[in-house]
Structure formats: C-alpha cells, structure tokens
Design a protein. Structure first.
Length: 287
C-alpha cells in the first residue's frame, strides 16, 4: 500500500481500510452485485485498464487497490504511477487482473475514490502553480466531506498543498464568534494561551487593521488569519506583523485572485474550494 502513496505524504492504513469498508457496504447493500451474479459465471476472470480521461494529478490509488483486493484477495493491482504524479489525458494509471465479479463489484467504489481525490489534488496543483515564485503556501480548510477529511487532506498534499488543522482538537483558532462571545480580542487570546500547552498553536482571526493592532499588542498568538481583506489591506497587515506571526489570508480566494493575494507577502493562503468544490477527475476502467 505504501508504494502507491505520494512520497512523504503518509496516510494511515486504517483510514483507507475504514473508508473502503464503508463505501463497499453502501454500494453492495444486502445482496451484493446482483447484475454480475445474474449475467456472468462465477469462475470468470477478467483484466482491466484504469485510464485518465483527462489530464490531472493522481491521488487515491491505495483506496482503489484496497477496494478490489477486499473483494478478491488474489487479485493483481499494478499501478503505473504513484499518487502525486501528474498524468496526461489517456494515460494508463493501473491494471487489474482477477475475478470478474470482484472487479465489477468494486469498480464504482475504486473509481469514485480515484476521481474525487485526484480532482482535489488537481485543483490544489492549479492553485500551487498560481503562487509559484512567492513564499505563500496553499492550505486546505475543514470544509471537507464528512467522513473523508483525512483522505481529502491527503489529496491536497498530493497536489502540493499543505494541511490546516485536521479538527477542533489539534489547534486553537479563535474566530469572530469566539471573540464576540468572549468579550473581545484581549480576553479571548489571554484565556486561550493560558488554557493550552506549549505545543498547541494559537491562531486568531481578524477582519480589520484595528483588530490586528490589538492582537499584536496583547500577544499570545502564533498566527493571525486575515479574513476577507482587500489587497491593499493585506499588504498593510503583512507590514504590521513584520514577521512576528504567521500570516494567513482567507475568504473568497479563487484561481483568478490567488496570485495577487500571494504577492502581498502572506505566508499561507487557505482555500475551502480545494475540498468542497473540486471537480471530479474523469477516470475510467475498461475490461
């Protein structure tokens, strides 16, 4: 399984196994693939080729292989690329050889994982290309498909992006609603810093230079999220921070605007669209 993953982009085997188990159970239901059972003799074998019908960056090979092997442990899955590799339209991605019933029953699950995760990786790569030559890194958000967050964030890494926090439990991100309920920037920051350990990062969201000034005065933050600021305001914010905090730009980022945002000197640009709006990469299986 590890030889299919993007180099340096670890993904726990249990995550793959759990996702594939749930997907196969959803598709096979109570009776399994009744179409194949009714039309194809049980001892029939088949060979198939998985191909990219559009150019893109591949992600999800381990999920596809797991889907096929789960239904036929003797099946052979031969990948011609690894996750994270860019392929041209028509490129052969992998071959499968084994029981025809198993290949047909796993086909949709395997292609759904490959198409969706490759779509995320491909869109991420497009954003990364737009900010080339700047120091800005493209990051994802928590706007992910419920139950698939680890896989989608892995796909972002396959596309050259970086991960924001995985959940509410691995970093503090004080947003506008937290500030409003806590009674302001100062009490929110002070309480957060006092409550967490030295290894937990604290980031705070601001939507004005006045709020940013207060953050810098109070201290206690490791990063500041500059939310929905225009280009001029972003430039001024980066100047005010002067390297004392990690600066993250967020809100309304598109492929048309990301280069200008990166040129302001921000360290990170977070893009919800990487996971919530990535188009599926068209990948097919021919037997």
């Amino acid at each position: 399984m590890e030889d299919l993953l993007a180099p340096g982009a670890f993904l726990a085997p249990a995550v793959i196994e759990d996702a594939v188990t749930r997907a196969l159970a959803e598709d096979l239901g109570r009776a399994g693939d009744i179409t194949s059972a009714a039309t194809i003799p049980p001892d029939t074998t088949a060979t198939g080729s998985i191909e990219a019908r559009k150019a893109g960056v591949i992600a999800g090979l381990a999920c596809a292989a797991e889907a096929f092997r789960r239904l036929d442990p003797a099946l052979t899955f031969r990948a011609h690329v690894r996750d994270g590799e860019a392929v041209k339209e028509g490129a052969a991605i992998a071959d499968v050889d084994g029981a025809a019933h198993a290949i047909l029953a796993a086909e949709r699950v395997a292609l759904d994982f490959l198409g969706h995760l490759s779509g995320v990786a491909t869109l991420t790569a497009a954003y990364v290309a737009k900010v080339k030559g700047t120091k800005a890194k493209i990051a994802d958000t928590r706007k992910t498909t419920p139950g698939l967050r680890a896989l989608e964030k892995y796909a972002v890494r396959c596309g050259g992006g970086v991960n924001h926090r995985f959940g509410l439990d691995d970093a503090v991100l004080i947003k506008d609603n937290h500030i409003a309920i806590a009674g302001g920037v100062a009490p929110a920051l002070t309480r957060a810093r006092a409550a967490v350990g030295h290894l937990v990062k604290v980031e705070i969201e601001v939507d004005s230079l006045d709020q940013l000034s207060e953050v810098l005065k109070v201290g206690g933050a490791d990063a500041v999220l500059l939310d929905n600021m225009d280009i001029g305001t972003l430039k001024r914010a980066v100047e005010m921070v002067a390297g004392k905090l990690v600066t993250e730009a967020s809100g309304g980022v598109t492929l048309d605007t990301v280069a200008a945002i990166a040129a302001t000197g921000v360290d990170v640009i977070s893009v919800g669209a990487l996971t919530h709006s990535a188009p599926n990469l068209d990948i097919g299986l021919d037997l």
